[in-house]
Design a protein around this ligand. Structure first.
Ligand code: FAD
Length: 475
């Protein structure tokens, strides 16, 4: 009793995890309430993550592609960039997708409640309508009673303590606002998000420095893949500082001065026009009143779940960034479906063998499953097949033959256990490797599958044949 709204499933957070869970639960016949603090659905991914970054990266990739054509005798002038119009394009892309989500929620009779949610007890959530514009019509505060809950409250940017507040220091959200193009830009954190945003700003005219504490950029991917990206992108950077710590950041009138520490660190503080802090994301587990419902939250703010996405409170589930790494949208969606199906009384488990990772840089870097370096570290007996794109008719025709496709097989069973691709469209291609791993394919299955010629995807079949020691040499 005492609730303004009663439902079967309350989903907290309208990101990719949350909306996927809500839609699946509704499709399974449950009454669903979806609570979101912001005016649009889609969470980080649609509003300030995956989608806007790709909208900008697409434009950057076309600009860069056009430059490659000079070698073929086709020359364009310097691009004339209207940054306001580019920003508007990005906003349109977001609006189209978030609008689509609102329509899908309505069609499924998912009730979207706008406001900040806090658990009151194991069966009630209080929602405070966000201040300012768009306040919920039903009143400032509502209580939602639920049978099951799915927590999908996501993550937020980590702020480094020694970094001052200044409009010239931004996080990924600030960088996506694309206010202006700096001359000199520093990226703190050499992970995917930083390098993707760096690609955009560099193509639009900025010179880049990047600083990374660990000993290499794009951690997680095999170094041979990353080296291809590095070679193709060296021209964007003045200084790549790996194994380097950022120790001080000072905002002065003429720029942001940053001091580094480490073997590759410049002695003097460096001056930048824009600093992007992309040093990781923190889960929102401590911001939702979890303790009132008895939900255990780790010191860092993660919520631990079992294979069914259940928290320590059996009727409450959690999914997406808030349950741990990798913080990726496709993982959140998959977990959302598992949680929703369990709420509907099915017995669903998160049993994906692999979760792919993609850097949507130019070239793209994509990997999945066991990496070669991981195999070495863990002493796994593997076979590998590598197909260099320098032997791919399509890659050569595209003028982009720098990439390669690598497949990793278990040496005993010959089953595929991992793969990595660097090259244009690598992210689109890695899905086939994921499917092959999920299906338990061996090198023969993949090698004997007829791939269309001439495509970049053919390189997956070729790499499998190489692993089998029987390379066909179709140009
Ligand atoms: P989120 O998307 O974080 O959504 C959580 C939602 O919950 C938010 O809308 C938030 O407002 C809401 N919320 C939180 N607390 C409350 C509360 N108390 N009350 C009400 N609402 C609340 N991933 C990829 O897979 N591919 C990519 O290319 C990619 N690119 C990225 C680029 C950038 C710049 C960034 C920052 C991230 C990127 N990611 C990418 C990661 C991806 O965005 C996240 O993994 C994904 O959004 C996680 O989904 P989620 O549903 O767990 O949470």
């Amino acid at each position: 009793g005492g609730a303004d709204i009663e439902c079967d499933v309350m989903v907290l957070g309208g990101g990719p995890g949350g909306y996927s869970a809500a839609f699946r639960a509704a499709d399974l016949g449950l009454k669903v309430v979806l609570v979101e603090r912001y005016a649009t659905l889609g969470g980080v991914c649609l509003n300030v993550g995956c989608i806007p970054s790709k909208a900008l990266l697409h434009n950057a990739a076309v600009i860069d592609e056009v430059k490659h054509l000079a070698a073929n005798g086709i020359r364009f002038g310097e691009p004339d960039i209207d940054i306001d119009q580019l920003r508007a394009y990005k906003e349109q892309v977001i609006a189209k997708l978030t609008g689509g989500l609102a329509g899908m929620a309505k069609a499924r009779k998912v009730q979207v409640v706008r406001g900040v949610g806090q658990f009151l007890d194991p069966h009630h959530l209080q929602v405070d309508a966000t201040e300012g514009k768009g306040q919920d019509k039903t009143g400032a505060r509502q209580v939602i009673g639920f049978r099951n809950a799915i927590i999908a409250a996501g993550s937020r940017v980590v702020n480094l303590p020694f970094i001052p507040q200044d409009p010239r220091i931004v996080d990924s959200t600030g960088a996506l606002e694309l206010r202006s193009i700096p001359k000199r830009m520093l990226i703190i954190g050499g992970g995917i998000i930083g390098l993707e945003m760096g690609t955009v700003y560099s193509t639009l005219g900025a010179r880049l420095d990047v600083v990374e504490m660990l000993d290499g950029l794009m951690q997680g991917a095999d170094r041979d893949l990353v080296r291809v990206w590095e070679k193709m992108n060296a021209h964007r950077f003045d200084n790549i500082m790996t194994g380097t710590k950022t120790v001080a950041v000072e905002a002065k009138e003429d720029g942001i001065y940053v001091t580094f520490e480490g073997a590759k660190a410049p002695k003097e503080p460096q001056r930048y026009d824009l600093v992007l802090v992309a040093a990781g994301r923190a889960p929102n587990g401590k911001l939702i009143g979890a303790e009132n419902a008895g939900i255990a939250v780790t010191d860092r703010g993660f919520i631990e779940v079992d294979k069914q996405q259940r928290t320590n409170v059996p009727h409450i589930y959690a999914i997406g960034d808030i349950v741990g790494q990798p913080m990726l949208a496709h993982k959140a969606v998959h977990e959302g479906h598992v949680a929703a199906e369990n709420c509907a009384g099915e017995k669903a488990f998160f049993d994906a063998r692999v979760i792919p990772g993609v850097a949507y840089t130019d070239p793209e870097v994509a990997w999945v499953g066991v990496t070669e370096e991981q195999a070495k570290r863990e002493g796994l007996r593997i076979e590998k097949g590598v197909f260099p794109w320098a032997a791919s008719g399509r890659a050569i025709a595209n003028g982009r033959d720098e990439g390669f496709t690598k497949l990793i097989f278990d040496a005993d069973t010959h089953r595929i256990i991992g793969g990595g691709i660097v090259g244009t469209h690598a992210g689109d291609m890695i899905g086939e490797v994921c499917l092959a791993i999920e299906m338990g394919c061996d090198a023969t299955d993949i090698g004997k599958t007829i791939h269309p010629h001439p495509t970049l995807g053919e390189s997956i079949g070729m790499a499998a044949e190489v692993a089998h020691g029987s390379c066909t040499d179709l140009p």
